[in-house]
Design a protein around this ligand. Structure first.
Ligand SMILES: Nc1ncnc2c1ncn2[C@@H]1O[C@H](COP(=O)(O)OP(=O)(O)OP(=O)(O)O)[C@@H](O)[C@H]1O
Ligand SMILES: [Mg+2]
Length: 217
């Protein structure tokens, strides 16, 4: 049995019949869709989530169930997984179209490394390209910083900033009634909808700074 599977087996067999423990692990692996020879930190988190689901299903006695979930958490597997995630920041100077594409692709790759569903990575990548495109279109140049946050669950932060003309009326832009001369006028609203946290700091002449976060649950 692989080292990681054995760790989970040791915890589980303390609270469920060991005949049940193995199939519980195997079916969780299948549901999580992970390969135990190559587990990314995100895979580990997903797998533990699936095992906790099976515990809730198969362990009937509430006290045993609680104990089992506690033991699983105590095994610090999740902590271990989170520690392995490389937290840190990358900065992209945005000066032309290809910079937008590079920033966008990196956002998606970072999400893949975190082991989240690709649909989440695509959303984060879309947000990055919307914000980078605004910089390029309205300010000429600026920067996009992508940062993996050491939060639980792990988060990804994107800060798009420039020293351009600023946005005259942020509230109007976000009201849903704004008419853009240059685009659909929906970029920032879409970004706000996709992300968990959203903040715009801008006033005419002082540049624009958009800070957004998404948590990888
Ligand atoms: N970085 C920026 N600097 C200056 N003005 C900006 C910046 N980002 C957005 N704006 C202003 O805010 C408005 C709304 O931006 P938003 O991205 O929501 O829509 P849009 O760019 O007009 O259209 P699209 O739906 O194609 O993105 C823009 O029309 C622009 O006037
Ligand atoms: Mg836009």
């Amino acid at each position: 049995m692989k080292e990681f599977k054995k760790k989970i087996f040791d915890v589980l067999s303390k609270c469920v019949n060991s005949i049940l423990a193995e199939p519980m692990i195997e079916s969780s692996i299948r549901r999580a869709g992970v390969n135990c020879d190559k587990l990314s930190p995100g895979d580990v988190n997903r797998l533990i989530g699936e095992i906790q689901k099976s515990v809730k299903l198969f362990v009937g006695n509430p006290l045993d169930r609680k104990n089992c979930l506690r033991l699983l958490n105590q095994a610090l597997l999740r902590e271990e997984a989170n520690r392995k995630i490389k937290v840190g920041k990358v900065t992209f100077e945005i000066k032309n179209e290809s910079d937008i594409v590079r920033a966008r692709s990196r956002g998606r790759v970072i999400c893949q490394e975190l082991g989240v569903r690709d649909s989440v990575g695509i959303k984060v990548a879309t947000v990055i390209s919307e914000l980078a495109r605004n910089i390029f279109r309205y300010a000429g140049e600026g920067r996009v910083e992508i940062e993996v946050l050491d939060t639980k669950p792990v988060g990804i932060q994107v800060v798009a900033s420039d020293n351009g003309p600023g946005i005259a009326d942020v509230n109007e832009v976000l009201s849903g009634n704004y008419r853009s001369k240059t685009g659909m006028g929906m970029g920032l609203i879409a970004v706000r909808n996709i992300m968990d946290e959203f903040e715009v700091e801008s006033s005419p002449g002082s540049g624009t700074r958009v800070t957004v976060k998404k948590y990888m649950q």
